[in-house]
Each structure stands twice: as structure tokens, then as C-alpha cells.
Design a protein around this ligand. Structure first.
Ligand code: PMV
Length: 329
């Protein structure tokens, strides 16, 4: 048996990725910029075992849904093709936060899986190649391979499925004194996967073309604001990016935010009007993540915990990239 275990953290996009190129290989249609979070993590073990007749996936102690299993098997097929490993693998993965509800479990999941699978197969790949592999499972996962502030550019409109597209770090972890307060509003999985939501948005949203055209500008402004260490500007742009993404999806009937999410968003605005520098963002789920500076984190957390409908608040700083915690000798 060949075995490796990796840990990865989720990331939150400050400039969102939403939409794929119309070509095989899971290439994003827009560039994105994220921060890796240290407050949540996924641990994934990969064991190639001659006794197995198929790849097996256990998520949080349970056999995984068929769709997840198929995406994992595809990634393992790539690792087998590159390494000459022929055995099937048992993949056991667990998150210490809600799964599949827009807390970016697929990002940390595919980053940890890619790293563990590559190591268990005996490959010594640079991080960029691991990031490209993770992207094929979930584009946001390409970013979780790295720590700090990370970008993933859009893929070209056409080309080969084998073209490499990896994320890369753009600023050190201390570029901003940032805390991210993830307000958990349900422990249930979301209704619509980001994959399905993106497809519907591209097919049905009257605003999709505008989104494709405007997000590269938001991304560039975000990079600039980060380079200038301008927390308030990063926060404003993060809100804009998230609202534009949700508006675009909403117009296609893809609704991730709930009443409680909007109430929270409003609360963040009130706190801001009262002098607390806080900015909201949300992904393909109802949780709202609030960006604050270190000195404001404790007060902001208390305020958010007091908001009706908030089950708990997970406080994260800027996290490290994916890493192996056990590997082949
Ligand atoms: O990589 P996916 O399929 O989990 O999609 C991620 C989409 C968002 O989380 C909404 C935005 C982002 O850039 O992470």
C-alpha cells in the first residue's frame, strides 16, 4: 500500500470566480483573487491498495455521493496516468466545518486530495502542477494549494484540455491585517452546486456578458488595492464583486442568499456606518463572511453572533497552503 495524508484550508475569493470557459478541462472564464483561511481545514488520506476493485471515497465518515466520487476518480486517473500507479485508491476526507454549503469545502477538499494523491503515487511535483491538478476538480481548489493572497487567472477561450493553468501567490500573508468572520447560518448542504449554478447563470442570466466583461477590472483593482495594503478598498471591492456575482446568478433564478444572509449584510453596513470597518462577502451558499481588521475582530464577532439566525461565527486569519502531514518515506 502507498499512503499519504494532506491538510488544506479553504479560501475565500475577494474577487470572485463565477463561470467556466466553454471547453473541456474546467477553465475559469474570469480571473479571481482569494485569501487562504486558517480557521477551517480539510484532512484527506489517499491509500493506493491492490485489494480495491474501484476507487472509494468516504467524506466525513460516510460513503460519498456518486457525483463527488466521479470527480475524485477523474483526478486519481490523472495521477495514475502520470505515475504508472495502477491500483485503485481509498480516499478518506473530513472537514472541521460544514460541507457543501458555500464554505468552500470543495476548495480545501480538492487541494488536499491533489497533494495527497500525488505524494501517495510517489510523484514529486512542484506546487504549480499540484494546483493545476486541483483546478480540474474544482477551480477554487487551485488557490487553496497556496497560502496568503492567491490569484487564478482566466483560462484561454480555446486550447487543449491539457493546457496548464495554476494559481499563484500574489501577496504575503501579512499584506493585510485581515480576519474573516464566517457566519454559519445552516449546517445543511446547499441546494445547487456551484457547477450547476454557473451553468444556469451562463445559460440564463441576462447579465452574464456584463459579469464577464466587468470582473477582470474588479480583479485588477483588487490586486492594486492589495499591493497598496488598502484594507478599506479591498473590502469595498470584495463587496462589489460578491454582489455582482449574486446579482448575475439571481437573474438566472440561482439564489444562494437567504433572508438571514441579507439581514446580516445589512447589519454589516450598519456597523460600518457606526465606524467599524467591516465588509461582507458570500459564495455559493447562504453564509456571510465578514472582513475586518485584527483590532476589530472581537467586537465584530460579538455583534455578528448576536444577530438572529447566526448559529456560530468561525474566526479565521490568513492561512498557509496545503501541506503533507504523512507521506511515503
Ligand atoms: O471552484 P468551485 O466550483 O467551488 O466554485 C467556486 C465559486 C465561488 O466560491 C462562488 C467563488 C470563488 O471564486 O471561490
Amino acid at each position: 500500500m502507498s499512503r499519504a495524508v494532506a491538510v488544506a484550508h479553504p479560501n475565500i475569493a475577494l474577487a470572485k470566480y463565477w463561470g467556466k470557459r466553454a471547453r473541456p478541462g474546467n477553465f475559469p472564464a474570469v480571473p479571481s483573487l482569494s485569501v487562504t483561511l486558517d480557521g477551517m481545514s480539510t484532512r484527506t488520506e489517499v491509500v493506493f491498495d491492490a485489494a480495491l476493485g474501484a476507487d472509494e471515497l468516504v467524506l466525513g465518515g460516510r460513503a460519498a455521493p456518486r457525483d463527488d466520487g466521479a470527480r475524485v476518480a477523474e483526478l486519481l486517473d490523472r495521477v495514475r496516468a502520470a505515475s504508472g500507479e495502477r491500483r485503485f485508491a481509498r480516499v478518506t476526507s473530513a472537514n472541521d466545518f460544514p460541507t457543501g454549503s458555500g464554505l468552500a469545502s470543495s476548495a480545501s477538499g480538492f487541494a488536499a486530495l491533489a497533494l495527497a494523491a500525488v505524494a501517495a503515487a510517489g510523484l514529486e511535483w512542484p506546487e504549480s502542477r499540484v494546483s493545476d491538478l486541483a483546478r480540474r476538480g474544482s477551480a477554487s481548489a487551485a488557490r487553496s494549494v497556496f497560502g496568503g493572497f492567491v490569484e487564478l487567472l482566466a483560462g484561454a477561450e480555446s486550447g487543449s484540455e491539457e493546457d496548464v493553468l495554476a494559481a499563484r501567490p500574489v501577496a504575503a500573508s501579512d499584506a493585510l491585517d485581515l480576519r474573516v468572520l464566517a457566519c454559519v447560518v445552516t449546517e445543511q448542504p446547499k441546494d445547487e452546486s456551484s457547477r450547476a449554478g454557473m451553468r444556469l447563470t451562463a445559460e440564463r442570466s441576462p447579465y452574464y456578458a456584463t459579469w464577464l466583461e466587468s470582473s477582470p477590472r474588479t480583479f485588477e483593482s483588487m490586486k492594486h488595492a492589495l499591493g497598496a495594503r488598502d484594507f478599506a478598498r479591498v473590502g469595498e471591492l470584495a463587496e462589489q464583486s460578491a454582489l455582482a456575482m449574486h446579482a448575475c446568478a439571481l437573474a438566472a433564478g440561482v439564489i444562494y442568499l437567504r433572508g438571514v444572509s441579507l439581514e446580516l449584510w445589512q447589519r454589516v453596513r450598519e456597523l460600518r456606518a457606526a465606524g467599524l470597518r467591516a465588509y461582507a462577502t458570500a459564495d455559493a451558499g447562504p453564509h456571510v463572511k465578514v472582513l475586518v481588521q485584527g483590532a476589530d475582530a472581537a467586537r465584530a464577532k460579538r455583534e455578528l453572533e448576536a444577530q438572529p439566525g447566526v448559529l456560530r461565527v468561525i474566526d479565521s486569519g490568513v492561512g498557509a497552503g496545503a501541506r503533507l502531514i504523512e507521506g511515503p518515506p
